[in-house]
Design a protein around this ligand. Sequence first.
Ligand SMILES: Nc1ncnc2c1ncn2[C@@H]1O[C@H](COP(=O)(O)OP(=O)(O)OP(=O)(O)O)[C@@H](O)[C@H]1O
Ligand SMILES: [Mg+2]
Length: 365
Amino acid sequence: MAKTNQAAEIRLENISKTFHDRARGGAVHAVRPLDLEIKPGQLTTLLGPSGCGKTTLLRMVAGFEEPTTGRIIIGGQDQTKVMANKRDIGFVFQNYALFPHMTVYDNVAYGLKLKGLPASQIREAVGDVLEMVGLTGMEKRFPNQISGGEQQRVALARVIVTRPKVLLFDEPLSNLDAKRRVQMRGEIKALQKMLSITSIYVTHDQEEALAISDQIVVMNKGTIEQVGTPWEVYSQPRSLFVANFVGTTNVLPAQVREVQGSTMAAEVQGRVFRVQTSISPAVGSQVYLLIRPEAAQIAAAPGEEDLVGTVKGVTYLGEKVEYDLEVLGQDFKVVVADPQRGTVFEPGAQVAVNIPEERLSVVDH
Ligand SMILES: Nc1ncnc2c1ncn2[C@@H]1O[C@H](COP(=O)(O)OP(=O)(O)OP(=O)(O)O)[C@@H](O)[C@H]1O
Ligand SMILES: [Mg+2]
């Protein structure tokens, strides 16, 4: 199967959705007015906690839900008022939604039959796509005769066989066990790249989002907190919410002492850190210094110059050790990879803590 001719860009302009729900006291603002650009051929994930509006946003793009405000532009064309079945979009659901009384072959062929393609062409296209998802030989089986992972492949095959302009996924892997989830997400990514179909992928699993995305949209309470590459949202979070939702982070409340261009001096319990930042808060205001547990280091026997940490808890996980420390009056986590025999600190130990200034980021909310 050839690539889709031209990958489509998706633009959401001032999109919002308000539901009316008497039981919850009237208006439910599932998605608050937002703008978003989804680059052609890329895989963008919507990442956020339960109830933040991911599915609602996806369903508006699909045409299953009418926006309260705003416009949806796909490939330069306003699709806001276009019916779902006319949008040329493939949707992969969490629960597969296969036809139980149809074979794998017929499930995949269904969309092409609807389009009225000749039988020979259908056979070829279905054969191609089943090979792509690794299901050759399973044509005659029924959905209840294959595993969950295989069912999800059928669902994927059924959608891509029609060569849609856009692919939408709503938590497609959440019914699979952890190992299959990791395998399938790799396959979805590879397939999406090969076909370069513009895709939006909903998940609340931050690791999944980091693993498969070209772009991550972090959502919270119907709004967008941050849009960026996996690297950007992990290492340059713009808010405490993003820092805490994507991975684990240490948060040090700090007072701004000095700002000079993009350099800021901020004080935490008498200690001053100099950090690079793109925000410029007022001198005297409060900010938060953030550092990932794997970016800090600890060592034995602190000297006078060192930051001192007290070990509160130790979790040995084979590949790494996680320490819960108290540093500068705060809870502070440090992760040490590949621990060697005899180097693991015990609870109660006083250790030297190194917080490299270049690994700190700063947020003000
Ligand atoms: N048809 C509806 N009527 C009323 N409220 C709704 C409706 N659909 C969604 N909501 C509400 O809108 C908000 C966003 O829901 P949505 O399903 O988009 O969240 P989500 O981010 O997909 O969550 P999850 O991760 O649990 O799937 C929630 O508060 C939800 O209860
Ligand atoms: Mg959802």
